[in-house]
Design a protein around this ligand. Structure first.
Ligand SMILES: Nc1ncnc2c1ncn2[C@@H]1O[C@H](COP(=O)(O)OP(=O)(O)OP(=O)(O)O)[C@@H](O)[C@H]1O
Length: 256
């Protein structure tokens, strides 16, 4: 369970990123966060694993405060949280397998990791993760030889090898074409369902959000302005929330 209790974030320049957020996200949910550019989606997502510090309030992960956690305690909480980025964040010159194995780094001593000494079980785990996202045959290719969609699947496999209990995906399909977008979203959804990994995804396509989410959270100016099931997240409702009609570029179209 992830809990936001009265969470606010003010950036050093005075911009309010989040304004008094209260949320509870239960184990196994597939939550999509939507909102216009600058609404606070990234800030919200990145505050969950403390990539961004919050200014006030508290965030609890499985009843443990990540807000006050430091050192080894913070390290342990973070080990359970996988992160997927828009630009994949892979080591491009390394093999796919090496990239996936890097998800295991948090489980071993720095010394072993400097020497790249991953135990055989880790390699098996990494190969299994690649199989789960259907790119096992790419294990020994260089990461930069893969298409964007394949690279994103490698980053999903890395989170799986990490044995993450929560996956945070910050605009995971923003650099992908519609067909690849569907494949990556299908992977995220399948993993969520098969492994019961709590998944929180930032998206700016409302129709895509409706297609995959079990719950949609709408943000505007750092505040939660919608929180409900997909059936309530209609274009009309979002037009009200945005204060204007939905633009065509906010709909993926083909995903319907
Ligand atoms: N490092 C920063 N310093 C100052 N203000 C920031 C910083 N990062 C974000 N902001 C501001 O905080 C608000 C929320 O930004 P955030 O990136 O979370 O929005 P977003 O919904 O993810 O937008 P986008 O879809 O464009 O990525 C915006 O007004 C943004 O300009």
């Amino acid at each position: 369970m992830i809990e936001f209790r009265n969470v606010s974030k003010v950036y050093p320049n005075g911009t309010k990123g989040l304004n008094n957020i209260n949320l509870t996200i239960n184990k196994g949910e597939f939550v999509v966060i939507v909102g216009l550019s600058g609404a606070g989606k990234s800030t919200l997502l990145r505050s969950i694993n403390k990539l961004h510090d919050i200014s006030s309030g508290e965030i609890l992960i499985e009843d443990k405060s990540i807000t006050s956690a430091k050192g080894s305690e913070l390290y342990k909480i973070r080990r359970d949280i996988g992160m997927i980025f828009q630009n994949f964040n892979l080591v491009k010159r390394s093999s796919v397998l090496r990239n996936v194995l890097s998800g295991r780094v948090g489980y071993h001593s720095t010394f072993k990791m400097l020497l790249g000494l991953f135990p055989q079980e880790d390699k098996e785990l990494a190969l299994k993760a690649l199989d789960r996202v259907n790119i096992l045959e790419k294990a020994y290719s260089r990461a930069d030889e893969l298409s964007g969609g394949q690279q994103q699947r490698v980053s999903i496999a890395r989170a799986l090898a990490q044995e993450a209990k929560i996956i945070l995906a910050d605009e995971p399909v923003a650099s992908l074409d519609p067909l690849t977008t569907k494949q990556v979203m299908d992977d995220l959804k399948r993993i969520n369902e098969e492994l019961n990994i709590t998944t929180i995804v930032n998206l700016h396509f409302i129709d895509l959000a409706r297609q995959y989410a079990t719950r949609i959270i709408g943000l505007r100016a750092g505040e939660v302005v919608f929180d409900g099931p997909v059936c309530e997240a209609t274009d009309e409702r979002f037009s009200e929330i945005y204060g204007r009609p939905i633009h065509e570029d906010e709909l993926l179209g083909v995903a319907k």
